[in-house]
Design a protein around this ligand. Sequence first.
Ligand SMILES: *[C@@H]1O[C@H](CO)[C@@H](O)[C@H](O)[C@H]1NC(C)=O
Ligand SMILES: *[C@@H]1O[C@H](CO)[C@@H](O)[C@H](O)[C@H]1NC(C)=O
Length: 186
Amino acid sequence: MLPIFLISLFISSTNSCSQVQKTWRCLDATWTLFNRGSYSWCIRPAYGMVPLGNASSLCQDLDSSAVLTGFQDLTELSKMSQEVANHNDSIVYMAIGAVRSDNCKTTESLSTASCTPSNMFVWTDGKTTGSAGFNWLVRQPNGCFEPGCSASNWVVIYPGYSGKMDDFWEDWLVNGAICGMEAIQN
Ligand SMILES: *[C@@H]1O[C@H](CO)[C@@H](O)[C@H](O)[C@H]1NC(C)=O
Ligand SMILES: *[C@@H]1O[C@H](CO)[C@@H](O)[C@H](O)[C@H]1NC(C)=O
């Protein structure tokens, strides 16, 4: 029979082996790591004057898997808008990964409960979920509520105004984009 202290040593070392923590990192220090439970997400701004419809190319230029990001919660949104405001307080608009959902682009759909201003926009990055990360400016979204509208309805944040959001249906020039990509697991 093994002495009791050896048995407990064996058990505790087995336990510590099974408790190895997953660690996540971003490509480099220009990205901020956010823990989203079962995975982690990296976010950073990319600067450059582009039309809204081209803003995703700013993310693609950083990495082939980077896309316009959504925000899982207001912590992610406020950290990123603060970073942009600190970088350059003249920046007005930054594109993000949200659009009006396809089933909310007809006049008829706009009178249904699934297409109200609070639920008609969706995240486009394929990972962000829910609506906790939306933070509309007062009286927004207000685009294309008139008959016959079928616009894309992009979304920007105003970094100088706490990252409040606004919807645009014209291919407006923006100062850059907020990009996201999955963190790398070690
Ligand atoms: C925007 O994208 C379109 C289509 O890909 C391209 O033809 C155009 O040159 C781009 N414009 C800018 C300013 O990047
Ligand atoms: C700050 O942003 C403004 C507006 O886009 C731009 O004109 C200016 O060149 C930027 N300044 C710096 C130092 O990047």
